[in-house]
Write a protein of this length. Structure first.
Length: 119
């Protein structure tokens, strides 16, 4: 789902097991910047109580902007309207130290993978 050659992975400890997985790569605008890509780091997270239906995991595709906020979120795959609405409200409250290159904030394309919590 990500449109890039090199994909990075971080695991988000969200308070339930298993951890959520955040895949990210430089956005088209930041791909040309020089230097090592430093991961975005969430410092405000809110975990919604999701129903999941028959799915074992939910997917969220979009961006984390230079401002440290999610943008252009889409929800590939099967997801109920209720879970989508809960995720949108929750993720709009998240705040990140944005990804950076050479000490400068850069936008990244993301795929957030949310697994069904263990009982």
């Amino acid at each position: 789902m990500l449109r890039c050659k090199m994909v990075y992975t971080v695991y988000l400890r969200i308070g339930v097991r298993p951890d959520w997985t955040l895949l990210f790569c430089p956005s088209a605008q930041s791909a040309a910047a020089a230097g090592k890509l430093e991961a975005p780091y969430p410092f405000v997270m809110l975990r919604p109580e999701l129903a999941f239906g028959a799915e074992d995991r939910l997917f969220v595709h979009g961006s984390i902007l230079e401002t440290g906020r999610f943008s252009a979120l889409t929800f590939p795959g099967d997801i109920s309207d209720q879970d989508r609405d809960l995720l949108v409200r929750s993720l709009n409250l998240w705040e990140f130290r944005p990804a950076s290159r050479g000490g400068q904030p850069v936008g990244v394309e993301i795929l957030l993978i949310i697994p069904r919590p263990e009982p």
